[in-house]
Design a protein around this ligand. Sequence first.
Ligand code: DC
Length: 273
Amino acid sequence: MPSIRKAQKTRGGSRLKAPGKDAQGSRLKAEGKSINLEPSASNLEQYNQPSALIITIDGPAGAGKSTVAKRLAQRMGLTYLDTGATYRALAYAAVKAGLNTTTDIASLSRLARHLPLRLRPTSHGGVQVLLGGVDITREIRTEEVSEAAAQVSQHPPVRAAMVALQRQLANHHGVVVEGRDTGSVVFPHAKHKFFLKADAAIRARRRQEELAQLYGRRPPLTQVRAQLHFRDSLDQTRRVGPLVKPVGATVIDTSHRSVTQVVQLMLRRIRAR
Ligand code: DC
């Protein structure tokens, strides 16, 4: 598989730009199809059956959502769904296809609607991300894909397609789902909603550690902080599915709490309802 960077070099135009800054026009023809920007009501009903236990965990990057969500899902015997991984997989596919992640909105939406994505649970509670049967679990964690994911997730028609996909990926019998809009848009009727937050400096250190673990290199903290800050602002200001505390969500500050402490807090809250 060619590296994502190679795809960018040969086709160009895929690097992240601040919204509205990329003046290049779309290089692929728009399809002229109208796309419903709202998640479909029937789809929403199907995945919000009263019997399905749905627990949503939202929050900014580095708040600890993934670690906590995986642990909670294991403890409760539920499926774990990482919606960020779905945007990352789309971003990876888009860059590989040479799409401009800022401007090629029609093509990005079409890709999102037909994304051959599978999330396969691993024995240790994680998830293997398969795109067209190819394992891209590690590839989607680079800073490059993080930036492209932040960009593709800005486009309302792309989000509509991804929300539909996320509902399909959720298990009818119960799921712990984490992301930015899972309690507000993807599963607004979820029984339990949490919103995790943490100090910016702590979130940056966690992300730096994650990158060091993945790639054996520790990027400068100032760089990681700047990237997080940029992604935070994109997450908070987009028109559709912005990062918000969902109505009724329990807020947990994870800055000075261990994973075990956060999960225990959640379990207590869940049992109390
Ligand atoms: O959680 P993460 O860093 O893996 O998410 C990757 C990107 O996807 C991030 O820029 C925010 C976006 N995202 C989103 O817009 N909505 C979600 N529900 C989850 C992630």
